[in-house]
Design a protein around this ligand. Structure first.
Ligand code: SF4
Ligand code: SF4
Length: 60
């Protein structure tokens, strides 16, 4: 499983990218997203979700 970012709710703050230990957060053309093939949900403790101020990261 993987996490996903709701692009409509994301404020593009960028906090999730450095928080990800797996490098799964990518920024393409100004939009942040999570590579589902790389994200391992941090083994049940999603770091990106814990730092996101917009509460827009949810399980895929
Ligand atoms: S859940 Fe963990 S591995 Fe997946 S994108 Fe968030 S920080 Fe990265
Ligand atoms: S931390 Fe949340 S609001 Fe900030 S870029 Fe990531 S998904 Fe968007």
């Amino acid at each position: 499983m993987a996490m996903t970012i709701d692009p409509d709710a994301c404020s593009v703050c960028g906090d999730c990218k450095p928080a990800c230990p797996s490098g799964a957060v990518v920024k393409i053309k100004g939009i942040f997203s999570i590579d589902a093939n790389v994200c391992d949900e941090c083994d049940g403790d999603p770091q990106c979700m814990s730092v996101c101020p917009s509460d827009c990261i949810q399980p895929l």
